[in-house]
Design a binder for this molecule. Structure first.
Ligand code: SAH
Length: 289
């Protein structure tokens, strides 16, 4: 987002109703009024105002106008695909150790929910490369990214099947949200630098089992971990202090693995030097004097 404080045309506003404790999301358009349960709200009265300002409807009803957080934007943005939900994105960012300056490869881009989290985490010195087979999905994702982050320079999109190959090398992290990630392991092995992290998001445990078997059969990967993220909201109202009755019980599983440097990938030049030094030391010890 170019300006995190002031509301501009085309941006999303979150209208929080303090009486009902609920939130609505709207795209701000000049000259437009919306009919809310508390009266008409003129968007012109929000444009130019700062984040967190109280705005009034025609009948004096109050709403608070907030800039959407990334979590709110993701939940309200237009989508043509399933998305990775904020609870999983948050965990992915830390468990795949996405750091400022990292080069991250993801597939597919879908609606761009995960991409938004990745772009923000790698920052302007990092890079996110997204592979996607469906051009129309990619278009929607790019619109979502532009709407929330403005023009970004740290993103590259390729209309390409990740099962067919990965062009890049020396990638720090690979994050996959495709149905058959085990088909990419040969490519990921070549693309990911030693020490790099592979993470796959999958909806069913049968897919997870196939992936874990494939990862364990490949000596270039180790430290395989599988987990899911359960978030349970609580109601805190008078004596009713308890979890909400409903929760999202399942989204997907995260499978994580680490790329190691295989013995045959050791740099022979430096090993040669080390060996000759240690050989020499041994040799000296053995000298009779
Ligand atoms: N992570 C995304 C959602 C991805 S949905 C988000 O958070 O919004 C899965 C996407 O993977 C779809 O857009 C689909 O077209 C794409 N896809 C499926 N198989 C693929 C492949 N082999 N290579 C590249 N993209 C693929």
């Amino acid at each position: 987002m170019q300006n995190r404080k002031v509301f501009k045309e085309g941006e999303t506003v979150i209208l929080y109703d303090p009486d009902k404790d609920n939130q609505l999301a709207y795209r701000l358009k000049r000259g437009t009024k919306v009919n809310l349960h508390k009266g008409l709200l003129d968007f012109d009265s929000i444009l130019g105002k700062e984040d967190g300002t109280v705005v009034k409807t025609s009948t004096g009803g109050n709403f608070i106008a907030f800039k959407p957080t990334l979590r709110q934007f993701i939940m309200h943005m237009k989508r043509d695909t399933q998305i990775i939900y904020p609870k999983d994105i948050g965990t992915i960012l830390l468990y795949a150790d996405i750091y400022p300056g990292a080069r991250v490869l993801e597939a597919g881009i879908g609606s761009g929910a995960l991409t938004l989290g990745l772009l923000r985490a790698v920052g302007k010195d990092g890079q996110v490369i997204s592979y996607e087979i469906r051009e129309e999905f990619a278009k929607r994702a790019l619109e979502n990214i532009r709407q929330y982050l403005g023009e970004v320079e740290n993103h590259t999109l390729k209309i390409k099947d990740v099962y067919e190959g990965i062009d890049e090398t020396e990638i720090d992290r690979v994050i996959l949200d495709v149905p058959e990630p085990w088909r990419t392991l040969e490519h990921v092995k070549r693309a990911l630098r030693p020490g790099g992290i592979f993470l796959s998001y999958l909806p069913t445990i049968i897919q997870v089992k196939t992936l874990v078997d494939a990862l364990r059969a490949e000596p270039a990967f180790c430290a395989v971990e599988v987990l899911e993220v359960l978030v349970r909201n609580w109601q805190i109202e008078g004596l009713s202090v308890r979890p909400f009755h409903r929760m999202v019980a399942h989204t997907g599983f995260l499978t994580i693995a680490r790329r190691l440097r295989l013995p045959e990938e050791e740099e022979t030049a430096s090993r040669g030097e080390d060996l000759s030094v240690s050989d020499q030391t041994e040799g000296l010890k053995e000298l009779p004097q």
